[in-house]
Design a protein around this ligand. Structure first.
Ligand code: NAD
Ligand code: MN
Length: 807
């Protein structure tokens, strides 16, 4: 069969890959059996297909099936079913729920090959990936969460389910995203309505069949297919307690806006432009292999793709050569071919968008290198692409491409690498390559991203939280942190109204000055200094007997801007040791305690003396409480099933804009202050409108307690106006609003400017004085964001997680 004169060397050189096609027979047979037409899965049954649209195979343009587009009445039907089912589901004991999740894991595992093929047929990604990465991770996700279901009552004693979750997922990892949504929701006792992406519904429909097969109680899982319009119907349902979304930042912001003020929990997993950083002492060959995985996994259609390569200048030419050589070996083609590395792009419009972004960069002066690919002309194929000679201002460097396109940048020093890495509105992931563990661990906290991979990339596991900073969204999926997203603290709405001073009382002596010892116009406290209102306006503060107390400044936009600037400059508060922070907080408590009589007197002008004393005592206690927590809100070492540890560390949100409560005004003010200080946040607080005196005078205590200037800023004025300015300001990272409900919608709408985390709760229906309330701890948890740092402890570090866990 071979020529005698063919040397081994020559044969080796000419040796190519033969085609190794995975059979699609079983998947097609399943489609045929269903006449290639599908309805929704609602209340445990499939509806009759209606209002259908076509789904096709992006690798060859062939028709796959007709899918129903869900309308408002489909969604309403699903909501009714999910509401009823959730009551029954959450009343099952933990073990009963765990058994169902376990059964789902088992049945997916048994159907894994068919699911892998179906996923490849509809998405265009390679069978190598669906078989070895997607589906094994899906299975792992259900096993892991069967475990959480089992121990939920033990580990989350103070929490209860949110109710019905509405979930919307993208097309890039269809079944994996489904599992990331459904498994934790069910484990935590919720029911779900999930809408898959319009281009990839088939594996979700197959999953619905599997739910039927294992006898999952009807209505616990509902799948309604359709497009953005169907999604809009879903997010506008009042009876849905939580929305979980993965997809583009644009749609994420839209969802935030549409659900603003509706009291729904929300998690957003959005886009990214994640840096992949190679230092000159890195194991370059490993780094290049890691890079292939970072940007060419799933055709680069990965939210956390390492799409911005940062190489240390001294090795940049060498790295570039190695990348180009490696690119030439990547095989692009029929995704059912087991030896293909990269399959097809999801659809023509995405293909076009990628092409346009690349040619735009060329026009702007960048150099584009692409490999030659020979693929089915009817398929949506795009070659692996490397873009060099870029400028930081180019769209291709700043914006998410969501395709196999890598941009090449260089840096000189670690500090410069941090600066470039953080020069983006996104913050999903980062990959750091160096043999120097000190350097790697020095970099990890400095990069603003939710996931950091050290000497590795694109690793995921059910035990490890995943999610972004900044405009990459908020909330985490996976790990213990992911379960919290589907729970709320018990007794969240157990109002107790005390110390509420109503402004509306009759004013007796307007122009007359009362007690001269407290007569003084109250200024603001900004950047550690007393500051006069920029606008020069103030209002008269009237006590419970209708007497004039003092003038109080009315803050404006400029005052808020100054405070935000100061707060941003005081970032060293976030990096100082937690011990130092606790010392400062104890000092605050001690100094308040020394001046207790004085602060009681200030409050007594507005409330009964007995209540004033209770409030000040509780404020001192609250400072002790959050001081205690400074160095105790530990992260975790998550256990992914590989030779790596994942450090889940709690990092501060940054700058918090807070509107305090009208009830228990001093206690709520101190609670917010304590929360912010405890975990290293800086804060701008708007105190109660009617009773701000003690809060405004608290600066005296701050001044004598070693709190660095700018860490706490206090501005009085209209909560509506100031809350609005804080919500739109891009220098603010989170908004906490404990004022009137009427502001919530506006505040949450405006938060989309830079996707601030929001926490809104009617301060008057909160029981601030309840020291046992789980809300106190929940708020602490909400004052941090989790960063997961993956650290290998094995020299042979480049291997795919999923391959290992398959065994
Ligand atoms: P998309 O954000 O529009 O779609 C994601 C999901 O949201 C789909 O299920 C879609 O039907 C649904 N949806 C769309 N509009 C909606 C609305 N107004 N209300 C409720 N749900 C809505 O993403 P896309 O259009 O498929 O892709 C556009 C771009 O988004 C891509 O080019 C890529 O840059 C990015 N993207 C990011 C991710 C990610 O995971 N970060 C995933 C997919 C796409
Ligand atoms: Mn869209």
């Amino acid at each position: 069969m071979r020529g005698q004169d063919l040397s081994i060397a020559k044969e080796f050189k000419e040796m190519g890959y033969g085609e190794a096609l995975e059979s699609d027979a079983a998947a097609l047979e399943w489609l045929e059996k269903n006449k290639r037409k599908f309805g929704h899965f609602i209340d445990g049954k499939f509806t009759k297909p209606s209002n259908t649209f076509k789904t096709t195979n992006p690798a060859n343009g062939k028709f796959l099936a007709e899918i129903s587009k869900g309308n408002l009445s489909d969604i309403k039907l699903a909501v009714t079913s999910a509401v009823a089912a959730q009551k029954r589901w959450s009343s099952l004991n933990s073990h009963e729920r765990a058994k169902y999740l376990y059964a789902l894991a088992r049945v997916i595992q048994k159907n894994s090959r068919l699911l892998a093929v179906l996923e490849t047929l509809e998405n265009g990604k390679s069978i190598r990936e669906t078989r070895d990465i997607d589906i094994p991770l899906v299975v792992r996700h259900f096993y892991h969460h069967a475990g959480w279901a089992e121990i939920l009552h033990e580990e989350f004693k103070d929490y209860e389910p949110v109710g019905v979750a509405g979930q919307i997922i993208p097309w890039n990892f269809p079944l994996l995203m489904l599992s990331w949504k459904i498994a934790p929701a069910l484990a935590a006792g919720n029911s779900v309505i999930l809408k898959p992406a319009e281009t990839t519904s088939l594996t979700a429909i197959y999953f619905a069949k599997l739910c039927e097969m294992i006898g999952l109680p009807k209505g616990v899982v509902n799948i309604v297919t359709g497009d953005g319009e169907t999604g809009e119907h879903l997010i506008s349902q009042d009876k849905i307690g939580k929305i979980a979304f993965t997809g583009s930042t644009e749609v994420g912001k839209r969802i935030r806006k549409k659900t603003a003020g509706k009291g729904k929990k929300l998690t957003l997993e959005l886009g990214g432009k994640s840096p992949f950083i190679i230092f000159d002492d890195a194991d370059i060959d490993s780094a290049v292999e890691g890079l292939v995985d970072a940007i060419w996994l799933n055709q680069g259609e990965v939210c956390c793709a390492g799409s911005r390569l940062l190489v240390q200048e001294s090795i940049s030419e060498k790295v570039k050569r190695k990348i180009v050589a490696r690119m030439k070996k990547l095989r692009v083609g029929n995704p059912l071919d087991k030896s293909v590395d990269m399959g097809a792009i999801i659809n023509q419009s995405q293909l076009k968008k990628i092409g346009q972004m690349v040619s735009e960069s060329e026009k702007e002066g960048a150099k584009v290198f692409q490999t030659n690919i020979k693929c089915d002309a009817k398929g949506c194929f795009y070659p692996p692409t490397l873009i060099t000679d870029t400028e930081p201002s180019m769209e291709i460097v700043r914006e998410e491409v969501f395709g196999p396109v890598l941009v090449f940048l260089t840096f000189r020093t670690p500090n410069e690498a941090v600066e470039i890495a953080n020069n983006t509105q996104y913050g999903l992931a980062a990959s750091i390559w160096t043999e120097n563990i000190n350097l790697a661990l020095d970099m990890a906290p400095k990069i603003k991203a939710g996931v950091i991979w050290i000497n590795s990339s694109n690793m995921f596991d059910a035990a490890v939280g995943f999610g972004g900073y900044r405009e990459s969204g908020y909330g985490r999926e996976g790990g213990k942190e992911g379960i919290f997203e589907y729970l709320k603290p018990k007794g969240h709405n157990s109002p107790k109204k005390v110390n509420r001073f109503k402004e509306s009382r009759k004013v007796k002596t307007l122009d007359q000055t009362a007690d001269s010892s407290i007569d003084q116009t109250r200024k603001f406290y900004i950047g550690g200094k007393q500051v006069r209102p920029d606008g020069g306006y103030s209002s008269k503060l009237i006590d419970k007997n209708g007497n004039f107390v003092t003038e109080v400044g009315l803050g404006n936009r400029k005052d808020i801007r100054d405070a935000v600037e100061s707060a941003n400059l005081s970032s060293s508060w976030s990096t100082t040791t937690s011990h130092n922070r606790s010392q400062v907080m104890y000092y605050l408590a001690e100094n308040l305690s020394k001046r207790k009589a004085e602060f009681c007197a200030k409050l007594e002008l507005f409330v009964e003396p007995k209540d004033a004393e209770i409030e000040v005592n509780l404020a001192i206690e609250r400072l002790f409480y959050y001081a205690a927590w400074t160095d105790k809100l530990d992260g975790a070492v998550h256990q992914a099933p590989i030779r790596a540890n994942t450090l889940a560390i709690n990092e501060p949100l940054g700058v918090i804009g807070a509107i305090s409560s009208e009830s228990e005004p001093f206690l709520s003010f101190i609670t917010i202050l304590g929360l912010a200080l405890s975990q290293g946040n800086r804060v701008i607080i708007i105190p109660s409108r009617a009773n701000p005196l003690a809060c405004l005078d608290f600066y005296q205590v701050i001044d004598t307690s070693d709190v660095p200037g700018g860490v706490v800023n206090i501005i009085s004025g209209s909560p509506g106006e100031l809350g609005k300015v804080l919500s739109e300001h891009s220098g603010v990272d989170a908004i906490w609003h404990f004022g009137s409900k009427k502001y919530f919608s506006e505040v949450e709408s405006l938060s989309i400017s830079n996707l601030k985390q929001t926490y809104v709760s009617d301060g008057e229906s909160m029981d601030w004085s309840n020291t046992q309330s789980p809300v106190l701890k929940e708020l602490l948890r909400r004052s941090v964001q989790v960063k997961n740092i993956w650290i290998w402890w094995e020299v042979l570090r480049y291997c795919l997680l999923a391959i290992l866990i398959q065994n």
